[in-house]
Design a protein around this ligand. Structure first.
Ligand code: MNH
Length: 433
């Protein structure tokens, strides 16, 4: 999401890392961030016995919306374990087999709309299109709901409200003076209205489904199990939307940007997609065989991890790396764009090179030098889900279109709760079948 009041605090901090890392503090208004950027220290922080997740301020302020859902639950909240144990199988690679068909249908809606643009020789708004794709996919696989994104010109009001709540949360962290004073009261009112509306929509879906057939999606699983109460189920549904929509859509957009900017790499990924995906409809098992494409996606997530980082705190007073005192409970923020540009990545760390993810090169790097999905037991539950859908969508696009960037496009990155490319459009031309 792009906010009216742009901040680039995370990007600026990442640029300071070579000089100030591997641990340094920066203040953002009344918040002090202690950044960690070194792979060795990040590996140490991954120990769930000594450290635990800290819920970052931008997530804490959206608790009215997502409560003790998986993402924003504090470690000590018992609902986290219950929901985690219940939902882990629903996000497994095996479960993905079931979602694959729905994901493929959504890809069809995307190509229908892009075909029209390609015929008109026009360009497509990548960020907006990827937002539609991920929203439809999570809506349909998560709770059997279509937002009709491909049938409308403007976003569904639900999407607008969701984006505004997340944006408001982010803004009260990055520009608290403005959020708190001038527009404060009106913004707070608007935020409450949005939260109420979002809750009502989801509660209505839940109520309807709990009366009838529960279904086999994520919501059905939660309703069947009887271990989560209806309010927590609502928090989980809103969490999947909030956590699974923007992160994934921005990752697709960055990947498309790098493919369009590197025609040789795109050609190689396309050749792989054409040989692996023999049938017109991509088959579930084929997606995991797109090894080169997977390296392209990883390399995009290295340069622009769409979640800028995650926070850890010590369970008892300790010293990190034998050098940095860490009082119990004090958060340290793992700054991913900096970690992902550490010297262990080689010389030209800003260059896009998927071969960095060749298996032998991965093995040669210290573990925990690549953490786009967080760490330990609180790592991303949607990782497989995201990677499967990103590969499916990108392979579908590569097989169907040649991609070109507008000649004057230069990548700039917007910073909200997630990173995303600003104003990314692509010129499409259909490929001969
Ligand atoms: Mn996801 C946690 C990144 C896609 C649902 N996700 C996290 C964390 C990171 C992250 C980092 C750890 C946050 C923290 O420690 O505070 N997630 C991503 C990225 C993508 C992504 C980069 C896509 C690319 N995430 C998804 C999708 C879903 C999802 C898709 C759901 C459908 N993520 C979650 C949930 C959590 C999470 C839920 C919290 C897990 C837990 O703490 O139990």
């Amino acid at each position: 999401m792009t906010s009216m009041l742009q901040s680039s605090f995370m990007q600026e901090s990442a640029r300071m890392a070579p000089e100030h890392g591997p641990v340094f503090a920066r203040r953002l208004f009344n918040l002090e961030f202690t950044f960690v950027t070194g792979a060795e220290l990040v590996a140490e922080l991954a120990d769930d016995n000594r450290f635990e997740k800290h819920v970052v301020p931008a997530l804490q302020v959206v608790r009215p919306l997502i409560g003790d859902g998986l993402l924003s639950a504090h470690n000590h909240e018992p609902t986290w374990h219950t929901a985690h144990d219940l939902l882990i199988p629903a996000f497994s690679q095996t479960a993905m087999r079931h979602y694959h068909t729905l994901m493929t249908e959504v890809c069809g809606r995307l190509t229908d709309s892009w075909d029209r643009s390609a015929r008109e020789g026009g360009s497509v708004d990548v960020t907006a299109s990827m937002a539609k794709v991920t929203l439809e996919i999570i809506g349909r696989t998560g709770f059997g709901y279509s937002f009709g994104s491909f049938d409308r010109d403007t976003p569904h009001p639900f999407v607008t409200a969701l984006d505004e709540v997340l944006d408001h949360g982010q803004r009260s962290v990055t520009s608290p003076a403005i959020a708190g004073r001038f527009l404060g009261k009106r913004m707070a009112e608007r935020n409450n209205e949005n939260v109420t509306y979002l809750r009502d929509v989801v509660d209505e879906v839940i109520a309807r489904r709990s009366r009838g057939d529960h279904g086999t999606d994520l919501l059905g699983l939660m309703l069947d199990s009887d271990v989560l109460d209806p309010v927590n189920i609502r928090y989980q549904v809103l969490t999947f939307l909030a956590a699974g929509h923007e992160t994934t859509s921005a990752a697709m957009s960055f990947t498309l940007y790098y493919l369009a900017a590197n025609p040789g790499i795109a050609e190689r990924a396309r050749a792989e997609a054409e040989s692996v995906l023999a049938a017109p409809e991509p088959q579930f098992a084929d997606i995991a065989r797109l090894r080169y494409l997977r390296r392209v996606i990883d390399e995009s997530l290295r340069l622009w991890p769409t979640a800028p980082g995650y926070a850890r705190k010590a369970k008892a007073d300790t010293v990190l790396g034998g050098r940095y005192p860490m009082p119990a409970g004090e958060p340290f923020f793992v700054l991913l764009p900096a970690l992902h540009r550490e010297p262990v990545w080689g010389a030209d760390t800003d260059a896009f090179d998927p071969d960095r993810f060749l298996p032998e090169r991965v093995r040669a790097r210290p573990p925990h030098s690549f953490k786009p999905f967080g760490t330990g037991m609180r790592a991303c539950i949607g990782r497989q889900f995201a990677l499967h859908q990103i590969a499916l969508v990108i392979a579908t696009i590569l097989r169907r279109y040649d991609l070109a960037l507008p000649t004057d496009y230069r990548l700039t990155v917007a910073e909200g709760i997630t990173f995303s490319p600003v104003d990314l459009t692509l010129n499409l031309s259909p490929r001969r079948a």
